[in-house]
Design a protein around this ligand. Structure first.
Ligand SMILES: [Zn+2]
Length: 304
């Protein structure tokens, strides 16, 4: 389900773009465009867009995006979860305390094991934003979710902190207001040069997009709680493990979306835990169950 005002990437929208209105500097609604990407069309111009979509974006997708493979469920018509292994390629992410471990490898390992678990159970369709050591921008990642019409988006990371005793998993959900200064700093660092992805304030388009983003934020918070409920007792959690902030990659996925920090690579025990297949299986089991229950409850709510 998408609200008016949302941006669609080419591939879903294709040639529906009103290229006569092409304006590189246009800001519409939940702006999730890479810097310098041309943008066409917009809501509120009196012409109802086909498919109820208010605007169409033409976006040159990075090469890895073309290679996304969807693992099908046992039955047709099942919802799609996109799993995003954080970092990769030129950006290895955090370094493990042992010096031999890269966050980008841990996130890919977890994502592949989660895909495997979901595929074996066969209840949902699943795809990864990257299935190798690839460099992807945040907008590449969220663009995959948008383009494929993902029903759920899960970005996987592993933390690092100056305090070597800090440990445990954290679940971040999307919010305009951060839960705490640390979460705000973390989101800002992750967003980096791509920025926060907010739209033009005050306009009708921005208002519509705000309403849709509010729904997305509520749904993301629900999913975060579900992840934590499934993780409790199986996965070591940080104190106050549900945090929230304005993550561009979550907002731009245009689906209920959370960012899961599996633990601290800067902590000796957590690093060892993330390198253990058994320990990862507990994490993967919790995530798989949370994803399945979340998607099943959404499907049930829709059919009522
Ligand atoms: Zn990370």
């Amino acid at each position: 389900m998408r609200e008016p005002g949302y941006v669609q990437v080419a591939g879903e929208g294709g040639s529906r773009g009103r290229s006569g209105r092409l304006a590189g500097a246009a800001l519409v609604g939940g702006l999730c465009l890479a810097a310098g990407v041309a943008f066409a069309g917009g809501v509120g111009d009196g012409s109802p867009a086909r498919g109820g979509i208010g605007s169409v974006q033409t976006l040159a997708l990075a090469a890895p995006v073309e290679d996304v493979v969807i693992t099908e469920a046992r039955a047709p018509g099942r919802p799609l979860v996109i799993i995003d292994p954080g970092h990769g390629g030129a950006d290895p992410g955090a370094k493990g305390v042992s010096g031999n471990v890269r966050e980008s490898d841990i996130t890919l390992q977890l994502a592949r094991e989660l895909r495997q678990a979901l595929a074996e159970r066969g209840r949902v369709r699943v795809g990864l934003t990257r299935d190798g050591d690839l460099t992807l921008t945040l907008d590449d990642r969220s663009g995959i979710a948008r383009r494929l019409g993902a029903d759920l988006f899960l970005s996987i990371h592993a933390d690092s902190a100056a305090n070597p005793l800090a440990r445990g998993a954290t679940v971040y959900s999307l919010s305009d207001v951060a839960s705490d200064p640390d979460a705000a700093r973390f989101a800002a660092a992750l967003n980096g040069a791509e920025g926060i992805g907010t739209g033009a304030g005050g306009s009708a388009q921005a208002l519509l997009a705000d309403l849709a983003v509010r729904d997305q934020m509520d749904a993301s918070a629900d999913f975060a709680v579900r992840v934590l409920n499934k993780a409790a007792g199986r996965v070591a959690l940080r104190p106050e493990p549900h945090r929230f902030a304005a993550f561009r990659v979550l907002r731009c996925a245009e689906a209920p979306a959370v960012l899961f920090e599996a633990g601290y690579l800067s902590n000796v025990e957590d690093e060892a835990m993330l390198l253990s297949k058994e320990a990862r299986a507990r994490i993967v089991g919790a995530l798989a169950q949370a994803i399945e229950v979340e998607l099943a409850s959404r499907a049930a709510a829709r059919s009522r």
